[in-house]
Design a protein around this ligand. Structure first.
Ligand SMILES: NC(=O)c1ccc[n+]([C@@H]2O[C@H](COP(=O)([O-])OP(=O)(O)OC[C@H]3O[C@@H](n4cnc5c(N)ncnc54)[C@H](O)[C@@H]3O)[C@@H](O)[C@H]2O)c1
Ligand SMILES: O=C(O)[C@H]1O[C@H](OP(=O)(O)OP(=O)(O)OC[C@H]2O[C@@H](n3ccc(=O)[nH]c3=O)[C@H](O)[C@@H]2O)[C@H](O)[C@@H](O)[C@@H]1O
Length: 342
């Protein structure tokens, strides 16, 4: 058996079917979860290159056809209603595996399904990658670090995760998904890429997604009080979606398996975030402290040394630049009419 530099078996040769393509597209790319927030921006990026055929497989649990409407009917684009817990056979060169609800409200709604999506979904996509010789990228998460005891978090940190809590279906699900990726790489030579994404925000997020940036902007624009979950001093690092898509693209097309942290190291408390939304989006917006949910991580900030060195990547859009761009999109979708000033 031939092996690669790191001792893993060499990846299988591309399937013969892949060589009998009818189109002139250079790459055929599958994006699971491509109807969601990050996935649909990734579709834009890959379609805009003009040389790819893009296939999206999504069950529309938290995503929407609306996010892809500009590509529906395009000859290089296909949309399949598919649940990744079931097997799928498509001849592709690359798989971006994003399918999984990301907002805590959505992933806690049916935790058993979330675990199945992470474990069976990733197994199915790895099986597909192995069969057709595709490279596969998993969008893992900073949640693999749990409530971190190291700060900022490097990829070497193994995390502090509650295995039986209400967030575990997601956190542990992603940890198993990472394990599966590395086992398929070591055992079967599948070409893998693992990104650990830190909180990402931007236009096209579901208005009622439930994550903090979308909540605060929607609340501010609707004239509602921003709900800061207690104590409000917990921190997050927020990355604008175009930066994230660029990082995922570089990781997929680079030489490193990862895991690699992708996120913006700018760190803010939730109270600071609310203040910034008030300052930049709606000066009359009020805040109130509400009860938090169990196991909420107290701090999170990526160490992106690896991404910078290995991918030449660093985020460009600051929170103060990104929030107004997201608010403009929310205003349009909410048919927002600014209240007259007194
Ligand atoms: N946005 C973030 O801050 C963030 C942070 C860390 C990791 N991630 C990861 O990035 C990916 C995308 O996140 P997002 O923010 O775009 O979330 P999202 O909820 O907008 O997108 C997820 C997509 O996956 C689809 N999906 C869910 N379960 C599925 C299933 N069983 N079969 C097929 N499709 C399914 C949903 O319908 C949706 O279109 C997820 O894997 C998430 O875990 C996101
Ligand atoms: O970066 C990550 O790895 C993870 O980030 C988010 O998870 P989380 O940070 O819990 O996201 P939010 O729901 O946006 O919560 C962020 C903080 O805002 C607070 N929050 C949330 C909502 C709200 O209305 N108010 C509020 O103060 C929460 O208590 C929490 O401390 C994503 O939802 C996960 O999919 C992703 O994997």
């Amino acid at each position: 058996m031939t092996t690669t530099v790191d001792g893993a078996p060499a990846p299988p040769p591309p399937s013969p079917l892949r060589l009998s393509k009818f189109t002139t597209a250079k790459m055929r790319i599958l994006i699971t979860g491509g109807a969601g927030f990050i996935g649909s921006h990734l579709v834009d990026r890959l379609m805009e290159e003009g040389t790819n055929e893009v296939i999206v497989a999504d069950n529309f649990f938290s995503g929407s056809k609306d996010n892809l409407k500009k590509w529906i009917g395009h000859p290089n684009f296909e949309l399949i209603r598919h649940d990744v817990t079931e097997t799928l056979l498509v001849e592709v060169d690359q798989i971006y595996h994003l399918a999984c609800p990301a907002s805590p409200i959505f992933y806690k709604y049916n935790p058993v399904k979330t675990i199945k999506t992470n474990v069976m979904g990733t197994l199915n996509m790895l099986g597909l990658a192995k069969r057709v010789g595709a490279r596969i990228l998993l969008t893992s998460t900073s949640e693999v670090y749990g409530d971190p005891l190291e700060h900022p978090q490097t990829e070497e940190y193994w995390g502090n995760v509650n295995p039986i809590g209400v967030r575990s279906c997601y956190d542990e699900g992603k940890r198993v998904a990472e394990t599966l990726m590395f086992d398929y790489h070591r055992q079967h030579g599948v070409e893998i890429r693992v990104a650990r994404i830190f909180n990402t925000y931007g236009p096209r997020m579901n208005i009622d997604d439930g994550r903090v940036v979308s909540n605060f902007i929607a609340q501010a624009l609707r004239g509602e009080t921003m709900t800061v979950q207690s104590p409000g001093t917990q921190t997050r690092s927020f990355c604008y979606v175009s930066d994230m898509v660029d990082g995922l693209y570089r990781l997929m097309n680079g030489e490193h398996t990862g895991p690699i942290n992708l996120g913006n190291p700018g760190e803010f408390t939730m109270l600071e975030l609310a203040d910034t939304v008030r300052e930049l989006i709606e000066p009359s917006a009020q805040t109130k402290i509400v009860e938090n949910t169990p196991d909420d991580p107290r701090k999170r900030k990526p160490d992106i040394t690896k991404a910078t060195k290995l991918l030449g990547w660093e985020p460009k859009v600051t929170l103060r630049e990104g929030l107004p761009l997201m608010a403009a999109d929310f205003r349009e979708r909410l048919n927002y009419v600014k209240k007259p000033q007194k």
